[in-house]
Design a binder for this molecule. Structure first.
Ligand SMILES: [Zn+2]
Length: 272
């Protein structure tokens, strides 16, 4: 008989600007043939990586090397994480487990550096990169781009993917990191290579998409604003590969006119 052990409250604090709380992963215990089998099910919109260890393990042998590291796809199936086999069948056994988890596949994700991203703002508008890669205001060791944009400008998906999370309930922003958690954003998973893109500082109620939506490149996903830790109205755009407890941001090429290249701080770009 399968027994639900718990729903993991997936608290992803690795976005830099905010936290996401998502309940996607369920862990089941199933006792069969004298074994304890632990299964996971992912009801979310992208794969989730898990790392499981056992701080308490009494009279039980684990079927795999520890910690168990694996990816739970979001295809509706249940996946066997591990089997626990009693050493002495007559004695009592007991276990406790610990989990680490993050959105995406932390083991195998490699960004497609050849992908040509679409400028993520309204067609016909021009924007200056107010802060570029490793910028001095808030991009220390961060490969992110800040597009200066008047609040209310359309924000476009730079690449096709699946919407993972949306926050749009904040109407506050300020110039210090105290406002970090107050940024509205849309987080998109790129199904092609498993990377993520975040679109940050959107205005209040400024999202036009919801979690689970499929979006195409150039589709309007929301409206820019100045929420969160921000020195003025702009769109923070960042693409990253997921890692446990952190993320690794990457440089992305954009299609600008008939050229495909990286963007530079202080330079203006026009969306066509
Ligand atoms: Zn930024």
């Amino acid at each position: 008989m399968k027994q639900l052990l718990f729903l993991i409250s997936l608290l992803v604090s690795t976005l830099g600007f905010s936290q996401i709380q998502i309940d996607w992963i369920e862990v089941y215990e199933d006792q069969a043939d004298g074994k304890i089998n632990l299964y996971a099910h992912n009801s979310g919109h992208c794969p989730v990586s898990i790392m499981m260890s056992f701080p308490t393990l009494e009279n039980l042998k684990v079927s795999k090397g520890l910690p168990v590291e694996m990816v739970i796809p979001n295809d509706g199936e249940e996946y066997l994480i591990v089997s626990l086999v009693p050493i002495n069948k007559q004695a009592n056994s007991n276990y406790l487990f610990d989990f680490k988890y993050n959105l995406g596949d932390v083991f195998n994700t490699v960004h497609n550096d050849d992908y040509a991203y679409t400028l993520p703002f309204e067609k016909g508008k021009r924007s200056v990169i107010g802060q570029g890669y490793n910028g001095r205001f808030s991009h220390h060791n961060l490969l992110a781009l800040d597009f200066d944009l008047k609040s209310g400008t359309e924000v476009l998906a730079a690449r096709e993917g699946t919407v993972i999370a949306v926050k749009e309930d904040s109407d506050k922003g300020c110039k210090t990191h105290k406002c970090k958690g107050l940024a509205n954003y849309v987080l998109i998973y790129h199904d092609e290579d498993g990377t993520f893109a975040s679109y940050v500082h959107l205005q209040k109620d400024g999202a036009k998409v919801k979690a689970g939506d499929k979006v195409s490149a150039g589709q309007v996903i929301g409206y820019s604003g100045n929420t969160g830790w921000s020195s003025g109205p702009h769109l923070h755009f960042e693409v990253y590969t997921p890692e446990f407890n952190t993320r690794k941001s990457v440089r992305t090429k954009f299609r600008v006119g008939d050229k495909v290249d990286y963007l530079e701080e202080r330079k203006p770009y026009t969306s066509k």
